[in-house]
Design a protein around this ligand. Structure first.
Ligand SMILES: Cc1ncc(COP(=O)(O)O)c(C=O)c1O
Length: 396
């Protein structure tokens, strides 16, 4: 999309570049890890900040046959963009209007009798049966019917299915400790899902089962059942708490911004709010127009450890991260690697050019890379979707 504030052809001031070839590569890695199961690419939260529609298309190109989202709006946006693949939407209030989603052929999760009743009401108004995935809480204690409520939910679902008001497509659940593959809770939850599914079958239903997120897709073949639901690994970020060696996943997002001003400051000059950093020698500062309003957390530079790749070198961000900008120390003037207005500073990316990664930011922040990539705010950071073709060699 053209940036109306830029001269035609100029690179954006701040951009997140999403490489669809990386998405395809990651989906192939996941599909290869789960040969016996269908693959649902989770594209909620606007594709974890990468763009739900382009990621959905790339994932389907690479072999995904389902898409997963959190809200009805996210599901309908995919249909509005012409994405026809099966879509499951899973987190709703019972007073939402399910009729448009049923009419659009969206699969809907139900975790209580009230939710199921609302979905059935939507189906009646849409004039077609709802496709329902019954969610059971097997130990995460988040969404999903409690075990005590499961028989009642199944009774209602079986009755509605017998009347032709719905099809019970799946019984499903979500893991609490998938990032620790040998954690005993994984087996507890798998057994809970098996029992919940058996109770559905005993009522004459024929649902599939699904449980595995990215981590379980990559490490626990016994938990794949009929369908796996990877999210973060689709975007190339390693889901495991203790990754075992390097995975063939490739991070899809690069965050970058272009230098708007370069200037010399003398030794002793304080930089940015509060003068947390003072130049020890005469030095060159580059101003980069991206800040905490764009997804660069202010606390990321509290220890002064934030670096950007600029002019071929990793350089420190100095002083506080501001709402709209950061200041980079480029060293004494006159070096061979001088920085100029318009140069591109890479904040994070796949890491193969020497730039920091989303994992590096997460480690620094004491959080997870999920929060880093979904925290990139799109209103000022232009998203550019590219297709490097990397990893597609030898494919038709
Ligand atoms: C219900 C459900 N399934 C699957 C996923 C994908 O998880 P991950 O991104 O860890 O692969 C999520 C994401 O949180 C989820 O909420």
């Amino acid at each position: 999309m053209a940036d109306p504030s830029s001269v035609p052809g100029a690179a954006p001031r701040a951009e997140s570049v999403v490489d669809l070839a990386a998405v395809r590569q990651n989906v192939r890695v996941l599909a290869a890890a789960a040969p016996g199961a269908a693959l649902m690419a989770v594209v909620k939260a606007d594709g974890y900040g990468h763009g739900a529609v382009p990621v959905a298309r790339a994932a389907i190109d690479a072999g995904a046959t389902w898409l997963g989202v959190c809200t009805l709006d996210e599901a309908l946006a995919l249909r509005g963009a012409g994405v026809a693949a099966p879509v499951l939407s899973w987190l709703h209030l019972p007073d939402e209007d399910f009729a448009p989603a049923v009419a659009a052929g969206i699969d809907l999760s139900a975790a209580s009798r009230a939710h199921l009743a609302a979905v059935l009401d939507g189906a009646r108004r849409a004039g077609r049966p709802a496709r329902v995935h019954l969610k059971v809480d097997t130990g995460l204690s988040r969404n999903g019917a409690a075990l005590a409520d499961w028989p009642g939910l199944l009774d209602d679902a079986a009755e509605a299915a017998a009347e032709g008001a719905c099809e019970v497509v799946a019984v499903w659940s979500h893991l609490a400790h998938a990032d620790i593959p040998d954690h005993p809770m994984l087996d507890v939850q798998a057994a809970g899902l098996a029992a919940a599914w058996r109770a559905a079958v005993d009522r004459g239903l024929t649902p599939i089962r699904h449980l595995a997120n990215s981590a379980a897709t990559l490490t626990r073949r016994d938990l794949h059942f009929d369908l796996v639901r990877p999210g973060i690994a689709v975007y190339g970020l390693d889901p495991l708490e203790r990754p075992v060696g390097r995975t063939p996943l490739r991070p899809a997002m690069t965050l970058a911004a272009r230098v708007v001003l370069v200037k010399q400051v003398p030794a002793g000059e304080g930089v940015s709010y509060g003068h947390d950093w003072t130049a020890e020698t005469d030095t060159t500062l580059a101003l980069v127009p991206i800040g905490y309003a764009d997804g660069v957390p202010r606390r990321l530079n509290f220890g002064g450890r934030l670096r950007v790749l600029l002019g071929g070198r990793l350089r420190p961000v100095v002083g506080r991260v501001c709402m709209d900008q950061v200041v980079v120390d480029c060293g004494p003037a006159g070096g061979e690697d001088e920085v100029a207005v318009g140069d591109r500073a890479v904040l994070f990316g796949p890491g193969d050019g020497g730039e920091p990664t989303a994992q590096d930011w997460a480690d620094e922040l004491g959080t997870i890379h999920y929060e880093v990539v979904t925290g990139v705010h799109g209103n000022r950071v232009r998203r550019s979707v590219v297709d490097t073709g990397a990893g597609d060699e030898g494919r038709a």
